[in-house]
Design a protein around this ligand. Structure first.
Ligand code: NAD
Ligand code: AHE
Ligand code: ZN
Length: 375
């Protein structure tokens, strides 16, 4: 298909810590191996705010942010065979080619087919972005850039989904909720009867709680400094909620004392390196696993006494919950369609795309889990 450029609405991040400008951009037709997608619904994830705040070492400006969305293929570039115009898709920042060393390994989803280019905000075929504003190039973000009515992604970055799925709900499977579930099922492999501690009760932390309950964990300790998060955590399956500010000793010590030696699994869902340390140090002596999900700011480093690892705790991390995106996202959509999972309860706000700056304010206010924007 040889398409034409499309002028459409998008939110440009001109620089870090600036409001987004909702304006018209030009979106070039997809090049070889690329897909142009009409975005129907996009949510905001904490990672979008993190990059906009200038905390991401890979952050480039001006860019179009957004990576948790769903849409419909508008056109495809030369050589694209896995999707066609009209197909319903979820853009995936963790690509999947099926062919690289990482895709072929059963324990990894860190496909390298396009990663070097998505990290530089450009497309692989010619090293250029497909977005322009008055002739000026605008960088892509995470290979998805879903804060636009039309975006161009690599073929490796689109998961083909059931056309009957409501796009304004399943967009959440593009990042946060899927990541929390996958951290439990793929990364930690939580076992029935186990104990779990979850630090940070945003959408990611709640998805961890939901999955831990489904995996049969018998004790789920939820931790946040915003106590207004505790009602949801309890509803999602937490058996107790703790505010570290209520104690005059470190929260890891509180949890170790309450559980006798710590929890079988702990999850950090904030992006705070001090909390990452706390989560590791309240993993059970001898076998406890601590999974880092939160994304820490540029320059931050984790620390603990090596003795914590010598005595059997394991420190892990996860990207997109370990799901092999193009293979497994369609399955997650299928589960949702079969009524096996609920996404609706993570959507606390629905707004029009033009209100995207208000949606960022809401994210920072601590009052929302997910805001879904539609055009
Ligand atoms: P969110 O902002 O909605 O939730 C974060 C929660 O942490 C909030 O409830 C906040 O009150 C709490 N918190 C902040 N500081 C705290 C502290 N010191 N102690 C305890 N609680 C504290 O964010 P989210 O969208 O749920 O994302 C969570 C994190 O996961 C972010 O860092 C995000 O970038 C990251 N993330 C990573 C992946 C991945 O693939 N690894 C995927 C999605 C999101
Ligand atoms: N670009 C940053 C790190 C950002 C990061 O770690 N991103 C997560 C996904 S967050 C989704 O909300 C991730 O999957 N990372 C793996 C990858 O390949 O990007 C940095 O530090 O450079
Ligand atoms: Zn995200």
């Amino acid at each position: 298909t040889t398409g034409k450029p499309i002028d459409c609405k998008a939110a440009i991040a001109w620089d870090s810590r600036k409001k987004l400008e909702v304006t018209t951009v030009t979106v070039d037709p997809p090049g070889p191996g690329e897909v142009r997608v009409k975005i129907v619904a996009t949510a905001l994830c904490h990672t979008d705010a993190y990059t906009l705040d200038g905390l991401d070492p890979e952050g480039l400006f001006p860019c179009i942010l957004g990576h948790e969305a769903a849409g419909i293929v508008e056109s495809v570039g030369e050589g694209v065979t896995s999707v066609k115009p009209g197909d319903h898709v979820i853009p995936c920042y963790q690509a999947y080619c099926g062919d690289c060393k990482f895709c072929k390994h059963p324990e990894s989803n860190l496909c390298i087919s396009v990663r070097a280019f998505t990290g530089k905000g450009v497309m692989k075929s010619d090293g250029k972005p497909r977005f322009h504003k008055d002739g000026k190039p605008i960088f892509h973000f995470m290979g998805t850039s879903t804060f636009a009515e039309y975006t161009v992604v690599h073929e490796q970055s689109v998961a083909l989904i059931d056309p009957a799925a409501p796009l304004e709900k399943v967009c959440l499977l593009g990042c946060g909720v899927a990541t929390g579930w996958g951290a439990v099922f793929n990364t930690a492999k939580v076992q029935p009867g186990s104990s779990v501690a979850v630090f940070g009760l945003g959408a990611v932390g709640l998805a961890v709680i939901e999955a831990a309950k489904r995996a049969g964990a018998s004790r789920i300790i939820a931790v946040d400094i915003n106590t207004s998060k505790f009602a949801a955590a309890t509803e999602w399956g937490a058996t107790e909620c703790l505010n570290p500010r209520d104690y005059d000793k470190p929260i890891q010590q509180v949890i170790v004392e309450k559980t006798e030696w710590g929890c079988d699994y702990t999850f950090e869902c904030i992006g705070n390196v001090q909390v990452m340390r706390a989560a590791l140090e309240c993993a059970h002596r001898g076998w406890g696993q601590s999974v880092i999900i939160g994304v820490a700011a540029a320059g931050q480093e984790v620390a603990t006494r090596p003795f914590q690892l010598v005595t059997g705790r394991q420190w892990k991390g996860t990207a997109f919950g370990g799901y092999k995106s193009r293979v497994q996202v369609p399955e997650l959509v299928k589960d949702y369609m079969a009524g096996a999972t609920l996404l609706d309860k993570y959507i606390t706000h629905e707004m029009k795309f033009d209100e995207i700056n208000e949606a960022f304010d809401l994210l920072h206010s601590g009052k929302c889990l997910r805001t879904v924007l539609t055009f």
